[in-house]
Design a protein around this ligand. Structure first.
Ligand code: MN
Length: 210
């Protein structure tokens, strides 16, 4: 599916006259795919985990955030595809708008797709997501190493469920090597501006123009 088509839900939910969130652009050929983890202080505080697939960022809401401990299984609930520029989005979404609240970019970088089939042969990354199990190596400023996303509910061909009813797990993979612990989202700082949620809220939130 083309990027703009995939972004239909994203566009439908937002009033771009009011929110400063981006509308979407096409990927440039030959770039390594990117990932971003944002902290979003919306009606419930959560992390948003996004992986570039083609012209969009496939997205999951991760209530507790990614863990560097391979024993932690973190619930990841799919949300609508986001535009590629969303990787840089940091600021305040107006209170009455969809997802109203403060967003910071906690980490971002590139990732290496590692999905393979049962015989160890590499498979197309998007296809592996369709099948409900994808592996990848993150190369971010904070997150490094292998992670896996695995669907454990929904997504069946015949059950009539849509993406909103799916549930996945985000788990650190690749043996015993531990990644960084999950940060306290209220104290965590943006990888792009060094600011906390509170600092972004007080700076960008007052006049709605910044
Ligand atoms: Mn969110």
């Amino acid at each position: 599916m083309a990027g703009q088509e995939r972004l239909r839900d994203y566009h439908r939910k937002r009033d771009f006259g009011r929110t400063g969130e981006p509308r979407g652009r096409a990927a440039e050929a030959g770039e390594e795919p990117r990932f971003v983890v944002q902290i979003h202080d919306a009606s419930t505080l959560h992390f948003d985990f996004r992986l570039q697939v083609g012209d969009v960022l496939r997205s999951w809401s991760v209530p507790k955030g990614p863990s560097g401990d391979p024993h932690d299984k973190r619930l990841a609930v799919p949300t609508e595809d986001h535009p590629l520029e969303y990787e840089e989005f940091e600021g305040v979404i107006p209170k009455d708008e969809y997802g109203g609240g403060t967003v910071i970019v906690w980490d971002h970088g590139v990732y290496e797709p590692l999905s393979h089939d049962r015989k160890g042969r590499p498979v197309d990354f998007e296809e592996s997501l369709e099948h409900g199990h994808a592996r990848f190596r993150l190369k971010g400023s904070k997150l490094h190493g292998e992670y896996a996303l695995t669907r454990f509910r929904g997504g069946g061909k015949d059950d009539g469920q849509d993406a909103a009813e799916e549930a996945w797990l985000l788990v650190k993979a690749g043996g015993k090597s531990r990644g960084p612990a999950t940060p306290d989202p209220r104290r965590a700082r943006s990888v792009s501006s060094g600011r906390t949620l509170a600092q972004v809220a007080s700076h960008d939130g007052d006049d709605g123009e910044g």
